[in-house]
Design a protein around this ligand. Structure first.
Ligand SMILES: [Zn+2]
Length: 162
């Protein structure tokens, strides 16, 4: 399973809600996404990044693999933190992105049971990053216009070296 890279137009498409109880493809999709994420290696991957327009993300922040369906950030702190963020769909660069320091994410697990995650720090950042992907939003879209231009320049230079 290949990870799409910018400027693939599929990365800009919003993904559709899934019904974990009815969608028999989800378990296989999640296994393939996890494999692609670990191979990269990365800490999170959204289905959008493998060209599947379903609201599914996988992440592994030390505690093992987590798969979330239809994740939504229902609460996000006003207090933000700017940190350099990378993305498997923008290989070779990082971009400074402001994210809420803490957030609450509601989702469904693969069986369709509700999940509520209270996250802070890096975990909160990854949840916000991956949820953004499902809406077609990349880190360069979160940057200031100036940072975006600089990031795209670095990205194109990195692409030439690949
Ligand atoms: Zn990403």
């Amino acid at each position: 399973m290949d990870i799409l890279v910018h400027p693939n137009p599929a990365l800009k498409q919003p993904a559709a809600l899934v019904d974990p109880a009815a969608d028999k493809e989800l378990a296989r999709l999640v296994r393939a996404m996890a494999q692609a994420m670990y191979d990269a290696p990365g800490v999170g991957l959204a289905a959008t990044q493998v060209g599947v327009q379903k609201r599914v993300i996988v992440l592994d922040i030390e505690d093992g693999l987590m798969a979330l369906c239809n994740p939504i950030i229902v609460e996000a702190s006003e207090e933000t933190d700017i940190d350099d963020e990378g993305c498997l769909s923008l290989p070779g660069i990082t971009v400074p992105v402001a994210r809420s320091l803490t957030c609450v994410c509601e989702a469904l697990d693969l069986e369709g049971a509700p999940v509520r995650l209270e996250a802070e720090g890096f975990f909160a950042r990854v949840l916000q990053h991956e949820t953004d992907h499902l809406d077609g939003v990349l880190i360069i879209d979160r940057a200031t216009p100036e940072e975006r231009r600089a990031a795209i320049r670095r990205y194109n230079e990195a692409a030439e070296e690949r």
